[in-house]
Design a protein around this ligand. Structure first.
Ligand SMILES: [Zn+2]
Ligand SMILES: [Zn+2]
Length: 263
């Protein structure tokens, strides 16, 4: 059985909890350390039970409290060397680290394979993650300028999928709060995935196995959860999949999934 919860997601901080094959992991540590602790407690998980933190890329909303968390709980960081350097994690005294190249699989935790999918985003070596264990496939991909062939290939048939649905292009265009350069960056092929692109990607990768889709990294300024939900709901019509939205300020419930052999 796997269990997961998105502790928080959006431009103010991202972190996701996953328990799989007896191990507990965090993917990104971009909330304050206090919030990571509080939100883990809220879902009944002790921060000291975390076995490792995987980092997707060096943007602050993904690594904000990693040095504090890693040192406080003596937790190793698993990421690419380029992300580690670009995030200046050396300067913060982090010693316990393992480097994994993007495009490679990390298999040091028995019975768990974590594949680092290269993605298109304006960071040194950004990745999404696909985790395989117990016959279950769990995928987590945010901060995605556009979905490459590789991304759709790797996500195909995931049992649980956490995927970015960042903005509504019209709302982004009309926003008066964002300067033109920032709007360009968000909408670019190295920025963030729009609701429409997210829905098209989901349509390509969803299968009968897919039990959960969690939409993540929604912009508080340029999106509306109802629009994001509607956009994906249209493409999964009739399939028995539960769709939820990850929030910035509170964790999702713990979702659990076990493999039931289909006959
Ligand atoms: Zn981000
Ligand atoms: Zn980013």
């Amino acid at each position: 059985m796997i269990e997961f919860s998105v502790l928080g997601s959006g431009s103010k901080g991202n972190s996701t909890f996953l328990r799989i094959n007896g191990y507990s992991f965090l993917f990104d540590c971009g909330l304050s350390c206090k919030q990571v602790e509080l939100r883990l407690e809220k879902i009944g998980v002790s921060p000291s039970s975390i076995d490792a933190v995987f980092l997707s890329h060096e943007h602050d909303d993904h690594i904000r409290s990693i040095h504090t968390f890693s040192k406080r709980y003596n937790v190793p960081i698993i990421t690419s060397e380029k992300t580690f350097k670009a995030g200046r994690l050396d300067d913060k005294g982090i010693k316990d680290k393992v480097f994994v190249e993007s495009g490679k699989t990390f298999s040091e935790f028995k019975g768990v394979d974590v594949f680092f999918i290269p993605i298109s985003h304006d960071a040194a070596d950004p990745v999404g993650f696909v985790v395989y264990s117990e016959g279950i496939k769990f995928a987590l991909v945010t901060d995605l300028g556009y979905p490459t062939e590789l991304v759709s290939h790797e996500l195909k048939g995931a049992d649980a999928l956490i995927i970015e649905s960042n903005h509504d292009p019209e709302m982004l265009k009309l926003s008066t709060k964002y300067p033109w350069e920032l709007k360009q960056r968000i909408a670019s092929r190295k920025g963030h995935l729009s609701n429409g692109d997210c829905a098209r990607l989901v349509e390509r990768v969803i299968s009968d196995n897919t039990g959960y889709i969690v939409l993540a990294h929604l912009s508080e300024e340029n999106n509306n959860p109802d629009i994001a939900l509607m956009s994906v709901s249209r493409v999964v019509k009739g399939m028995p999949v539960s769709i939820d939205i990850a929030k910035q300020n509170e964790p999702t419930p713990i979702y659990s999934l076990s493999k039931v052999e289909k006959v």
